[in-house]
Design a protein around this ligand. Structure first.
Ligand code: NAP
Length: 525
């Protein structure tokens, strides 16, 4: 009866409770019956990951990088089958998925090049001072090492770039962590194709089979069992606030609590300053709607809140945005559940006291399509009703009309943590921008000026994180090479003989690393 597989190390199984993919564009159920992993398979995968830890976490940078590159090559080699499968399971268009595949293999290759640099090991040496008075100092050498096996939850809204071989998996592998993936139940066929590509890379690179396992399934029990499994040492997650906080509670309640790096909910405020409004209100209105409706608004960086000084220039922005939005075509949403949650969120805003509907997108024909929505209110109403600050995942945004810059600052100060904040500035806005920036920087992980928050570059400097509830740990990022740091911890070796030290700390520096010696960087030749 089953066609979909569970991958445990080098083996594959079928069984458990069958589940099916739904084509969100048509509502049709897949012919394939997917297998669900059982608690026994969670244990088995975690046991193998634990057994793989020592050999995988101590691989040379070159060997680890070559593995990441092989995963990337194998994903490319799947070809159109991957794109066609993802289109049928997510309703996302071909061009978007081809771009996302490029981003997925690009980030695997970026991590490979960064792993080769070796500076993430942060090899640091304070040599012994035997003659120091009144007491001698020991030889102290510190290096980063993997925290252990990592559980990764694939995200619904990035079936490639934030799913089975997405940013969490790539950064965990880069850090030397074996990975057990809980596949998202909305795109199981896509997930399995990518999982097989990773499994093949593990084999062809001669690595321990436990470096990777793939556990598909739907229902909360599987994910809960994975986070509770004692051999799992950290968790990467992208999804809902409810899901993320549930996993944080499970992780904190374990006999050995572990960190959960959950990226959850964010409404990404866009602040329009008076000079920007005076000079380009209409252009900003149209560009805002472009960002709001991209991908049916199903981005964690979607601009769900606009904060601006009330007046005729803001009216011009609103008129331009309303015109652009009323022509916005409804787009297929990722799952019936996500569409239903969007409809509930919009209905709550339509019915909220003191909130006006500025514009709606074209009415949706056919099921599971999101009809865009833009609302407006004043700062006092916004402050008094917490529902207005909740994420509505999809193309929905609320404008706050403020009476002064001070009220704009107070509105920002009252917000929860966010992934991004955007400042639209023009001539004469410098002083207001300088007033707002310190408050904004306390709230977010990334501040943009004169851009739009959707579209996240995968680079070394990127921060895709922020204070709770945008993430569970505002000290981290889930995009960019810094994401590796979530899965590393420092270990200090004191007076350990050279031959017993890990290679990054040995006197001969066999990996040719740049190291910090007595506080000064010694750059590799
Ligand atoms: P989700 O419901 O949080 O699910 C994400 C993953 O976590 C799934 O694999 C799910 O497993 C698992 N999970 C959820 N709750 C759990 C629990 N209590 N215990 C154990 N495992 C749990 O997110 P989603 O399915 O992607 O979308 C639902 C909503 O999430 C959206 O409407 C949106 O509000 C939000 N979302 C936000 C972002 C963002 O970037 N901010 C991205 C995507 C989604 P099962 O599905 O198998 O139960």
């Amino acid at each position: 009866m089953f066609n979909g597989a569970i991958l445990i190390g080098a083996s594959e199984r079928q069984g458990g409770e069958p589940f099916f993919a739904i084509n969100p564009a048509t509502g049709a159920r897949s012919d394939v019956a997917f297998s669900s992993a059982t608690p026994a398979e969670v244990e088995e995968a975690a046991g193998l990951a634990d057994a793989a830890f020592e050999s995988f976490s101590t691989l040379s940078p070159d060997a680890r990088a070559a593995f990441l590159e092989t995963v990337a090559d194998n994903i490319v080699a799947i070809g159109d089958l991957l794109i066609d499968t993802a289109m049928a399971e997510t309703g996302l268009p071909r061009a978007r998925l081809e771009g996302e595949r490029g981003r997925t293999v690009g980030q695997l290759r970026l991590f490979a090049s960064y792993v080769r640099l070796g500076d993430w090991l942060d090899a640091t040496i304070d040599v012994a001072l035997p003659d120091r008075q009144p007491l001698p100092r020991a030889d102290l050498r510190r290096v980063n090492q993997s925290v252990g096996p990592v559980a990764v939850f694939g995200a619904s809204n990035f079936p490639l770039a934030f799913s089975v071989a997405g940013g969490d998996t790539a950064s965990a592998f880069a850090a030397g962590s074996p990975v057990v993936v809980k596949g998202h139940s909305a795109h199981p066929g896509t997930g399995e194709l990518v999982a097989r590509a990773i499994q093949a890379a593990v084999k062809s690179r001669g690595l321990h089979e436990g470096v990777f396992s793939y556990l598909p399934g739907n229902g909360n029990a599987l994910g809960a069992a994975l986070v509770a499994e004692p051999r799992i040492k950290a968790v990467g997650f992208t999804g809902s606030r409810g899901g993320g906080t549930a996993l944080m509670k499970i992780a904190a309640g374990r006999a050995e609590p572990i960190p959960v790096y959950a990226e959850m909910s964010s409404i990404n405020p866009v602040v329009l300053l008076p000079g920007a409004l005076a000079h380009r209100a209409e252009a900003m209105g149209a560009a805002f709607v472009g960002s709001l409706t991209m991908g049916s608004g199903q981005f964690c960086t979607n601009p769900g809140l606009v904060i601006a000084l009330d007046g005729p220039d803001l009216d011009r922005f609103v008129a331009a945005a309303a015109e652009a939005l009323s022509g916005a075509q409804p787009q297929v949403m990722l799952t019936p559940g996500i569409h239903a949650a969007y409809e509930r969120g919009v209905a709550a805003l339509v019915g909220a006291q003191g909130v006006a509907t500025v514009a709606r997108g074209t009415e949706a024909e056919g099921g599971n399509r999101g009809q865009a929505a833009f609302f407006a209110t004043d700062a006092a109403t916004f402050r008094s009703n917490p529902v207005l600050a909740e994420e509505v995942f999809g193309s929905s945004s609320v404008l706050i009309r403020c009476s002064s810059i001070e009220e704009m600052v107070a509105t920002v100060a009252g917000l929860e943590g966010q992934l991004t904040a955007t400042l639209q500035i023009g001539a004469g806005d410098e002083a207001d921008a300088a007033t707002l920036l310190p408050t904004l920087s306390r709230k977010v992980g990334r501040i943009l000026t004169n851009g739009w928050p959707t579209g996240v570059e995968v680079t070394h400097a990127m921060v895709h994180g922020g204070p709770f509830p945008s993430t569970s740990d505002g000290r981290s990022t889930s995009v960019g090479t810094l994401a590796m740091m979530r899965f590393l911890r420092p270990v200090c070796y004191q007076d350990v003989p050279d031959a017993l030290l890990p290679p990054p700390l040995q006197a001969a520096n066999p990996w040719g690393l740049t190291r910090r010696v007595e506080g000064r960087l010694e750059v590799a030749a």
